[in-house]
Ligand binder design. Structure first.
Ligand SMILES: *Cc1c(COP(=O)(O)O)cnc(C)c1O
Length: 232
């Protein structure tokens, strides 16, 4: 696996996608999704300049946090159980996967204890897939309004995991819908909410997501290669 070569290619693709829609390359931040991958691969990506890493399991994130340099920004991108919030509130840069008020309240509780303010994104199940976490499109705005009441939690934007598709163009309508919800929320001018980030687009569809307004793209396979999951 040539991580450097992969990163160069992703970088070029980001540039091309930005050029195609008139955005500045600097508006799009790449998260290297390192879940299931061993430390030497993360170290290689780090040596190539990656400072944003995404993980989807609390224990794995904490282990890698301890082992890796401290200037890394860790992104929690997977479903988060309330009983595990306490392990990561002071370690993560951004939690992308907040999809309920109960989870946000737990983050509030643990953040208050540690006297930190936790940046979060609200996850929207924009394609209404049954298998996916995330709030519904209809409930997303009111969820943002409710979370905005929590003093140690700061909503910074929205996240979505689009369906797995052969043709990335099929997801364009979902990314466009996310952008629309995002803009609607900006216009509401909610106190304690700073809508700045739209986390959308993975290896198969990040270029489409960029042209629809993504500010964070989350790329795993395209950097580190296919993942192998141990059989359970
Ligand atoms: C695994 C994962 C990714 C990266 O997926 P790839 O297709 O390997 O790029 C992005 N976002 C989330 C939430 C993930 O769980």
């Amino acid at each position: 696996m040539d991580i450097k070569k992969n990163l160069d290619l992703v970088g070029k693709n980001i540039e091309a996608a930005c050029a195609a829609c008139g955005r500045e390359t600097g508006e799009v931040k790449l998260i290297a999704v390192s879940k299931t991958k061993p430390l030497p691969m993360l170290e290689e990506a780090y040596a190539c300049g990656c400072r944003d890493f995404g993980e989807n399991k609390v224990q794995e994130l904490v282990d890698k946090y301890e082992a890796m340099p401290k200037d890394i920004r860790w992104h929690m991108i997977g479903h988060l159980q309330r009983n595990k919030v306490k392990y990561i509130v002071d370690k993560v840069f951004l939690i992308h996967s907040v999809d309920s008020l109960r989870l946000a309240q737990e983050i509030e509780k643990e953040a208050a204890k540690k006297n930190v303010c936790v940046n979060i994104l609200v996850e929207v199940n924009v394609a209404e897939e049954e298998s996916k976490f995330g709030t519904t499109v209809q409930e997303s705005v009111s969820l943002v309004e409710q979370i905005a009441q929590l003093p140690h939690v700061r909503v910074r934007g929205l996240m979505t995991i689009a369906p797995y598709v052969e043709d990335a163009e099929e997801n364009r309508r979902y990314f466009a819908k996310m952008k629309q919800i995002y803009v609607d929320i900006i216009h509401k001018n909610i106190d304690n909410v700073s809508m700045e980030e739209l986390s959308m687009g993975m290896t198969g569809d990040y270029e489409v997501a960029i042209t629809e307004g993504a500010t964070y793209i989350r790329v795993g396979t395209g950097i580190f290669g296919e993942r192998e999951y141990a059989a359970i």
